[in-house]
Design a protein around this ligand. Structure first.
Ligand SMILES: [Fe+2]
Ligand SMILES: [Fe+2]
Ligand SMILES: [Fe+2]
Length: 432
């Protein structure tokens, strides 16, 4: 393959015989996380991915799992804009001032994505023909196809299905390469692309392509990092809290000898449990005061708001754990007020881990609690039947070790992010 993406060295996910989460689920989760921050930009990513997929399919050089890889790549091609742009100015950053999000997206992919060889495609996804001629890069063809696919969707957004694909030919050799234009026209003769975009059947086809995705265990971890780090586009707090909560869950699960399957369920439940928070008005969440009862009701919706979507993406037992993280054994939690006897061990671990994550971090309306205060709160919770005595006892027996690990995780995340920001500030505008 001329430019096939693959890292064949690792063991494929699923080969371990406990493949709870399918390869494509991880991608759908990342897409849902970013959609929760901004839907329009994510939809643009999906349409662009579809157009690129059709072009590459026409070219006929790649195997289907490689087409799936590029579809994933293209879906998130504008990920940098979530950090660098006012997202409602999409036309501006996609057609005029496109360097900031191209650079940030490249750096984000370089740090966290599995696409380490292909990451620079993002850097060049808005380069014109004159710039391409100067670039010496193995994947520059793909960058030129991606540019055209991207631009075609921008025309679709502004002009609708009446847009004439063949009118782009006038930019041959200046904006778009002949090769890219040939592929787009050939693909369009076979599949009416604009019609697919308009009736949204492109999404089904794209999701079916993801069935062919091959993700190694190592890549899975990278995608999880991408999901966690994407939450930061709404607020750094979600990235840090999710990572800390996942870490505490994992530590307790190990100490309680949960099976590998249970651990995987718990890991994904902890990953998704607060994604619904990204959909809420952040001014309300960050208000430096206690919330009113109406606001509390709004806040509580974060648990179930995405449940129907998660149920379509993930195995049910993961969602079942995620949506009970604010329940408590006494039946006074939310949203369903379920009791201890109806909660399994994973649910009770996530409940405690989420609580400790929250108590140990600073909020706009209160300081972080110290370990003594947290211990008292946990013990009161056990006495009142709200928390699992086993889970709390395992946590308290190992409190310092577990929290030190969580702290290290947190510091690593913040450190990597600070390095990324620094690199971005220093490099602005210098790549093209
Ligand atoms: Fe872009
Ligand atoms: Fe784009
Ligand atoms: Fe929550």
């Amino acid at each position: 393959m001329e430019y096939g993406i693959r890292r064949w060295s690792s063991i494929f996910k699923g080969d371990m015989g406990m493949g709870q989460v399918r390869n494509k689920d991880i991608i759908l989760l990342l897409r849902q996380t970013l959609k929760s921050v901004d839907r329009l930009l994510m939809d643009h990513g999906s349409r662009t991915a579809y157009i690129l997929y059709k072009m590459l399919q026409e070219e006929g050089k790649l195997e289907i799992y490689e087409l799936a890889d590029y579809a994933v790549f293209a879906t998130f091609h504008d990920i940098g804009a979530y950090r660098t742009e006012e997202l409602e100015d999409m036309l501006n950053f996609e057609t005029k001032s496109f360097m900031p999000h191209s650079i940030y997206g490249y750096l984000f992919f370089k740090k966290w994505s599995p696409f380490t060889a292909e990451d620079k495609i993002l850097l060049y996804h808005h380069a014109n023909c004159e710039q391409y001629d100067k670039i010496n890069y193995a994947f520059k063809n793909i960058a030129s196809y991606l540019f055209l696919a991207d631009r075609m969707d921008i025309y679709y957004i502004t002009q609708g299905s009446s847009f004439d694909i063949y009118s782009l030919r006038k930019y041959e050799g200046t904006r778009y390469t002949k090769e890219a234009l040939d592929l787009l026209e050939k693909a369009d003769r076979k599949t009416n692309i604009l019609e697919k975009l308009a009736n949204e059947t492109y999404q089904t086809e794209l999701d079916q392509l993801l069935d062919y995705l091959v993700i190694s265990n190592e890549d899975e971890e990278k995608y999880i990092h991408m999901i966690v780090n994407s939450m930061r586009f709404r607020d750094q707090r979600y990235t840090v809290d999710t990572a800390v909560c996942m870490c505490i869950c994992e530590e307790i699960a190990t100490k309680m000898y949960l099976t590998e399957k249970q651990k995987e369920i718990l890991k994904y439940a902890a990953l998704i449990h607060d994604i619904g928070m990204l959909l809420l008005p952040q001014e309300m969440i960050n208000a430096p005061r206690k919330l009113t009862s109406d606001e509390m009701m709004t806040l509580e919706t974060h648990v179930e708001m995405l449940e129907p979507i998660f149920r379509k993406i993930l195995p049910g037992d993961i969602v079942d754990v995620a949506i009970t993280h604010h329940e408590n054994g006494a039946g006074s939690g939310y949203p369903k007020r379920i009791k201890a006897m109806d909660m399994n061990t994973s649910q009770r671990i996530l409940q405690v881990a989420d609580m400790v994550t929250s108590l140990s971090s600073k909020r706009t309306y209160r300081d972080a609690k110290d370990s003594k205060e947290i211990e008292t709160i946990l013990q009161e919770g056990v006495k009142a039947n709200r928390l699992s005595p086993e889970v709390v006892s395992v946590l308290l027996q190992n409190y310092d070790i577990i929290m030190a690990k969580a702290k290290k995780e947190k510091e690593q995340l913040i450190g990597t992010y600070a390095a990324l920001e620094k690199e971005y500030e220093q490099s602005s505008g210098t790549y093209l």
